[in-house]
Design a protein around this ligand. Structure first.
Ligand code: NAP
Length: 487
């Protein structure tokens, strides 16, 4: 990849805050640098928003809210549809930008742009299907009317691991429902969101409907919004501890809350599974996004009859993967987001090895520039190894054996999290039994990928609540009003 092309894409990105349909500097006139995790070089500087800017964004929401709620659903949908098309037309630039700021290989960034754009197409179609109910009062006197209305101004907070898709998954339904919003992207990957804001503007989104405040002071900037009764909803994707903190803040004005939090996905391989498919899909479930995904397979529970073969095949495939800067040809594994994240991964591996795990491949940092970590497979994991309980968020696959279905389900459920599980078996009865016993919001049955804009994404337990995508996704942005009608 030539650096002239990288510079050209970086030049295209607006560097300000997007408030009330205008790009502006931070009220403190300060900026912060965005880094390339593959080179540790600064890519560019963008506005560092303040609490004053956040309040200006909420003011803009308030000014736009009633007109936006009254805008015909078809018009709201058409704006989403046009943005979907613009995203696809600009997919190469968006993908390069994402790889530069986040590190994932270009092909994966391209995949994320497509996935992210699909949320806008899906919700363009949902905008015109918001309906209610009309019924006769059971005693015959009067009628019951229920209608759905937008909840009002929303705060949408997104993480760095999927810089655009975690945004469109919230922005799409909020726009479709007729809500206005303040978006606070992660400070490590704000550029993709700024480009998306520009495309939404270009597609005709009215001023003030979407406002983006980038900042290095997440808590200080979002805090005053929670204190202001005009804010009616918060939708958060990120870590469980921050989600818990935001829920406390949301209690002040009893906001509607959606929480897409951490995961610790078990990947169950039964003795009757198609082993080749289980290994192929494991590469997707584990290695997509370098393992920095809430739905990444965190622990592999494999029946003792096939564990050795599964582990050695997985180690062979992961050991062959090309590690490098995501812009380079053929690279399959980019850097982790920063040195802290890489340190967490390295410590978890060290802890497991210290407790007796065997390294089948990897187990070390790679290179002296950038936050690279080798794809790693571990076997012989002790019950008290920390990586069984904690989210690894890196390219590490620990394999543990089980001997019965009950043991597999109990091991899978032995977690505070409950986002997704993967089940590999060719026995339909076992598949149903095991799936019903899993304490998760989603299951990949003989599949290592569940994410789909047309399906309800979300978890249970400490993985949060609320659903994004599918039929339920728009409901998070609507409230029900019931009218008792005298006739
Ligand atoms: P994070 O530290 O919780 O940050 C997420 C977002 O919250 C960022 O925009 C961050 O801003 C902001 N934030 C941090 N502290 C805040 C505070 N006190 N008040 C308001 N906002 C605050 O999570 P992360 O490390 O970026 O993302 C990784 C986590 O996200 C993992 O646990 C992963 O499983 C989870 N995740 C879940 C899903 C899902 O759908 N369930 C999807 C993707 C990721 P700064 O960047 O400025 O810190």
């Amino acid at each position: 990849m030539d650096s002239a092309r990288e510079n050209a894409v970086l030049t295209m990105v607006p560097k300000g805050l997007f408030i009330g349909g205008e790009w502006r500097d931070s009220s403190s006139n300060t900026t912060f640098g965005v880094e390339d995790p593959a080179t540790q070089q600064k890519l560019t500087e963008i506005a560092d928003g303040t609490p004053v800017d956040a309040m200006a964004a909420l003011d803009a929401c308030e000014r736009a809210q009633s007109d936006w709620a009254a805008t015909p659903p078809r018009d709201r949908g058409e704006i989403l549809r046009r943005t979907f098309e613009l995203m696809n037309a600009n997919a190469d630039d968006l993908a390069l930008l994402m790889t530069l700021e986040m590190g994932k290989p270009l092909a994966e960034s391209k995949g994320e742009v497509t996935y992210a754009a699909e949320f806008l197409r899906w919700f363009a179609e949902e905008a015109v299907r918001i309906d209610g109910r009309w019924s006769v009062n059971p005693n015959g006197s009067g009628r019951l009317l229920t209608m759905k209305q937008p909840v009002g101004p929303c705060l949408l907070i997104t993480p760095w691991n999927f810089p655009i898709a975690m945004g469109t998954r919230k922005i799409g339904p909020a726009i479709a429902a007729g809500c206005t919003m303040v978006v606070k992207p992660a400070q490590q990957t704000p550029l993709s969101m700024l480009m998306l804001a520009q495309l939404l503007h270009e597609a005709g989104l009215p001023d003030g409907v979407l406002n983006v405040v980038t900042s290095t002071k997440a808590s200080a900037v979002t805090g005053p919004l929670f204190d202001d009764a005009r804010l009616r909803k918060v939708s958060f994707t990120g870590s469980t501890p921050i989600g818990q903190k935001l829920m406390e803040q949301a209690s002040k004005h009893l906001l509607r809350v959606s929480m897409e939090l951490g995961g610790n996905a078990p990947y169950l391989v039964f003795g009757d599974a198609d082993l080749e498919a289980a290994v192929d899909q494991a590469l997707i479930a584990k290695m997509r996004n370098m393992g920095e995904s809430c739905v990444a397979a965190n622990r592999f529970h494999v029946h003792e009859s096939v564990a050795e073969e599964f582990s050695s095949r997985l180690a062979e495939r992961m050991g062959e993967m090309k590690v490098g800067r995501g812009t380079e040809d053929g690279v399959q594994v980019g850097p982790l987001i920063d040195d802290t994240q890489r340190g967490i991964v390295a410590d978890l591996v060290e802890d497991a090895v210290g407790k007796g795990a065997k390294v089948l491949t990897g187990g070390e940092r790679v290179g002296d520039r950038g936050y690279f970590y080798a794809p790693t497979v571990l076997s012989g994991i002790a019950d008290d190894a920390s990586l069984l309980r904690e989210e690894i968020f890196g390219p590490v696959a620990p394999v543990k054996t089980f001997s019965s279905d009950d043991e597999a389900v109990a091991a899978a459920n032995n977690s505070d999290y409950g986002l997704v599980a993967y089940v590999f078996t060719s026995d339909i009865k076992r598949a149903i039994r095991v799936t019903e016993g899993l304490e998760v919001g989603m299951v990949g049955l003989n599949r290592g990928l569940v994410s789909n804009p047309a399906a309800e994404f979300g978890g249970v337990k400490e993985s949060g609540f609320g659903r994004e995508g599918g039929r339920e996704g728009i409901e998070e942005y609507l409230y029900t009003k019931y009218v008792a009608v005298d006739v």
